[in-house]
Design a protein around this ligand. Structure first.
Ligand SMILES: Nc1ncnc2c1ncn2[C@@H]1O[C@H](COP(=O)(O)OP(=O)(O)O)[C@@H](O)[C@H]1O
Ligand SMILES: [Mg+2]
Length: 378
């Protein structure tokens, strides 16, 4: 029996939950020829949503759709490599003419493109060291997108990475290319709202006001729990309504975490009995036990101030006013400035995230399992 709760790879359509409004909005926005900035906490479902949007007939039948996740990249060289690799892999199945057009335009890499004599097709085995002039290659890539035989949509996931590239003026260079393009729309996605909002909402920045913004929140509880119960039913199994509700509430509907618990509950509790609330709790505690070792080693690498700060924030769940005297006192921390300093490191290490609620900054742990583990361990 296939597990309907996918926690890796692309979620196949029958197992994709909701996102109807967001999907419709994105399709409409793309059809109106606007670029999109898609943000959400990590693991809320941005990547899945983009894949889902690409599968909509209005998009699938009209555009070449590209998707790359640039999280691992730290230079323009890699950025260029990731984009061209993705274009290559999308075009290979489209046939020789489509692919040939792309490769013929890559003059700066011409010497590095191979040829498979058996299949009679070009091969793409570019190494980072082959890219001598990333700016030039970038221009060629954008040139291709501009002149492709179909309109294009390019989704660049974890787009905030470009802010860390050492090359000068990356944002300005990209923006000036994109501004001139008529044939390609971009979906910029990412979980680092802080950096992305700064890129798109500050008047002094190149990407200012250049995309329609959408923030992805949790799926509504009634929709999500109905989906959960239906998935069990379709598999000839049963989950108590209360159990589905508890799974949702444990993580306030944060998709990956809810899905992970249900995935395990589905996989390990298959003796035909109904899944109850206690089964969900047991499944969670098994997950925390299994992940405990790696959380412990993360904690091990933090200094004392960072540790007491992350523990305080985990216990709050959503922590507001973290540098106030009240917060420092409540959690017996050293001082507001030590908390401030610890937080900036914890943000850099991506252990914390934050968003604004009105004027207030709300901090919380990036990993909801780690949050629960810290609460039970300290
Ligand atoms: N609409 C959805 N339907 C089913 N599962 C989903 C959905 N959105 C997210 N998920 C689950 O959450 C996980 C994380 O989603 P992902 O799109 O990778 O998040 P993000 O890109 O925001 O970090 C997926 O692997 C899947 O288990
Ligand atoms: Mg993603």
């Amino acid at each position: 029996m296939e597990n309907p709760f996918y926690i890796t790879g692309i979620v196949p359509e029958p197992y994709f939950c909701d996102r109807e409004k967001e999907t419709a909005w994105m399709v409409r926005t793309l059809e109106n020829r606007a670029h999109i900035l898609l943000t959400s906490p990590r693991r809320m479902g941005k990547t899945q949503l983009i894949r889902h949007v690409f599968e909509q007939p209005a998009i699938r039948d009209k555009y070449y759709t590209f998707y790359t996740d640039i999280y691992p990249t730290t230079s323009l060289h890699e950025f260029v490599l990731f984009l061209s690799k993705e274009i290559y892999s999308v075009l290979v199945p489209k046939g020789k003419a489509a692919l040939g057009k792309f490769l013929a335009g890559l003059h700066s890499l011409a010497g590095c493109l191979g040829y498979d004599p058996v299949k009679g097709t070009p091969t793409f085995d570019i190494k980072l060291g082959d890219i001598h002039s990333p700016e030039l290659t970038l221009e060629e890539i954008f040139n291709y997108l501009e002149t492709a035989d179909k309109p294009c949509i390019f989704a660049i996931d974890e787009f905030q990475q470009i802010a860390y590239y050492p090359e000068k003026n990356v944002e300005a260079t990209l923006r000036s290319h994109i501004q001139k393009m008529n044939n390609c729309l971009f979906i910029y996605a990412g979980s680092n709202r802080h950096i992305l909002e700064n890129m798109f909402n500050s008047a002094a920045k190149p990407f200012y006001n250049s995309a329609e913004e959408i923030y992805l929140d949790s799926i509504a509880k009634d929709v999500y729990t109905r989906f959960i119960e239906e998935q069990f039913e379709k598999a000839g199994r049963r989950i108590a309504s209360e159990a589905a509700s508890v799974a949702y509430d444990l993580f306030e509907g944060h998709t990956y975490y809810v899905h992970n618990v249900l995935h395990n509950a589905f996989a390990y509790l298959n003796d035909g009995s109904t899944i109850e609330k206690s089964d969900i709790e047991k499944t969670l505690s098994d997950i925390l036990e299994e992940k405990g070792h790696s959380f412990a080693s993360v904690m091990n690498q933090l200094n004392y101030q960072q540790k007491e700060t992350i523990i305080a924030i985990a216990k709050e769940g959503k922590a507001v006013g973290v540098t106030s005297i009240a917060f420092v006192k409540k959690h017996a921390l050293k001082s507001p400035s030590s908390v401030q300093y610890a937080i900036s490191t914890l943000l850099d290490k991506q252990l914390l995230t934050y968003h604004n609620e009105g004027r207030a900054k709300v901090y919380r742990l990036a990993d909801r399992f780690m949050e629960k583990w810290i609460c039970q361990t300290y």
